[in-house]
Design a protein around this ligand. Structure first.
Ligand code: NI
Length: 434
């Protein structure tokens, strides 16, 4: 199971680079009817991205990575809670930060975490939180920075006892290496301090169970590492040793434009390969089922688009196996192909038991967001055996697809899935084209 609640009607917007200069994925929920909330989280998420891009420098190969995910963490009684988790895994400087909002999906208001507490009590409450959380630090590690309630009370959630749990940003009370501190407040302690909206939230929303953590849970079942070539199911009957084949691949979805893309591909009778994120598949299960039912191949793009070369073998295994399990269950297909996010992998990735599929034609559609430019790039260097990289999370890429399909066929190229293009592959093999 992938962390994050599945809420009917909630869709996700996503901005992701498919390059490591710099690498980023920013994803945030869009809740129908909660415009104020949607605007607040979009503004916060995009501000993180702008700051990251500015700070990570303009040079290529800086190795910086930003990962922002805003998810619904609780909903009920017309209210919804969302938490932003931002991860910058930069070695010793790496950190995880959180921010939580509460909103109505009917009355269009949104508050930040600290506003659960009446304004006149926020300072005292924040002091209490710091007092309690600093006990988790090692001796003499506490640094008194004169923190404001806005800094301390960024991630406040309802806990199982009807009290509040406050998670403090890493590095706030001590050094980054001290990790994350938190404070638990009982319902009796918080009751006199709540704001009217805070009371409403406590009455309506269910508790948020897990304390956020940057560590993924251990893999439930380690993936097998077969030594034989992974068998694939060439469905088309096209022999790409004879026919001039080309594969269109769509990464990072499914998302809000995927249904339209499937309509276009269906109208053009064009098969494609979708390298899906496990968390997006879980949010849009019908799109996974539909893509598979309509003859497209489903590939694995990990759970949440982390750069695998920065993760331990166990973490990589969790990313790949968890996403594969979700995709397999929804699609009914064996999901054997892995496209590592950013095309980034290391020696460990090649031991995961799956072939790695890169590309030789990069449309840079995530960067140009322009159907004409995307089309031009798709056609500029394509040749028989090519794998073309596109992203179905961008409207411009979906708009470009019918024209690309038509132009490829005009050149005598036959569209096939990646498995049909490449045939059987050995686990750990890296392919960029046929
Ligand atoms: Ni990607």
């Amino acid at each position: 199971m992938i962390p994050g609640r599945v809420v009917p009607g909630v869709t996700y917007r996503q901005l992701s680079s498919e390059s490591t200069d710099p690498a980023y994925l920013v994803r945030y929920a869009v809740v129908p009817g909660a415009d104020a909330l949607n605007t607040a989280v979009e503004t916060a998420a995009q501000a993180r991205l702008v700051r990251f891009v500015a700070e990570s420098g303009q040079g290529e190969g800086t190795g910086a990575e930003l990962h922002v995910n805003v998810q619904v963490i609780a909903s009920g009684g017309g209210l919804v809670a969302e938490r932003l988790t931002a991860l910058t895994p930069e070695g010793a400087k790496g950190s995880v930060t959180h921010q939580t909002w509460y909103a109505s999906s009917t009355d269009n208001w949104v508050i930040e975490s600290r506003e659960l507490i009446a304004e006149k009590h926020q300072k005292a409450f924040a002091d209490l939180v710091v007092e309690r959380a600093r006990r988790q630090l090692s001796a003499d590690a506490y640094v008194d920075r004169g923190l404001t309630p806005a800094e301390v009370l960024r991630d406040v959630t309802v806990n199982a006892g009807g009290g509040l749990t406050v998670v403090l940003d890493q590095g706030l009370l001590g050094a980054l290496t001290e990790g994350t501190q938190y404070a638990e407040l009982t319902s009796a302690e918080i009751e006199p301090l709540l704001s009217p909206r805070g009371r409403q939230v406590l009455a309506a929303l269910p508790p948020v169970a897990p304390t956020p953590t940057s560590e993924p849970p251990p893999s439930p079942t380690p993936s097998s590492t077969p030594s034989a070539p992974v068998s694939t199911q060439p469905a088309s009957g096209v022999d790409c040793a004879v026919t001039k084949c080309v594969a269109l691949t769509f990464d990072d979805g499914p998302g809000i434009y995927t249904a339209r893309l499937l309509d276009e591909l269906k109208a053009a009778r064009a098969p494609a390969t979708f390298f899906m994120l496990g968390q997006n598949a879980q949010a849009h299960p019908d799109l996974v089922r539909r893509a598979a039912a309509e003859g497209h191949q489903i590939g694995n793009h990990t759970v949440d688009h982390r750069s695998l070369d920065r993760l331990s073998l166990a973490q990589q295994r969790w990313e790949v196996d968890t996403a594969a399990a979700v995709l397999r269950r929804l699609s009914g297909q064996p999901v054997t192909l892995l496209r590592p996010p950013y095309g980034a992998y290391d020696a460990s990735t090649r031991t995961l038991g799956v072939p790695l599929i890169l590309w030789d034609v990069d449309t840079e559609d995530w960067k140009n967001r322009d159907a004409a430019v995307t089309t031009r790039r798709a056609l500029a260097t394509v040749r028989p055996g090519s794998i073309i990289l596109l992203h179905d999370i961008h409207q411009s890429s979906v708009a470009a697809t019918p024209g690309i399909v038509q132009a490829l066929r005009k050149r005598g190229l036959t569209l096939v899935t990646v498995s049909d293009l490449l045939g059987p592959l050995r686990p750990g093999a890296v392919s960029t084209r046929r």
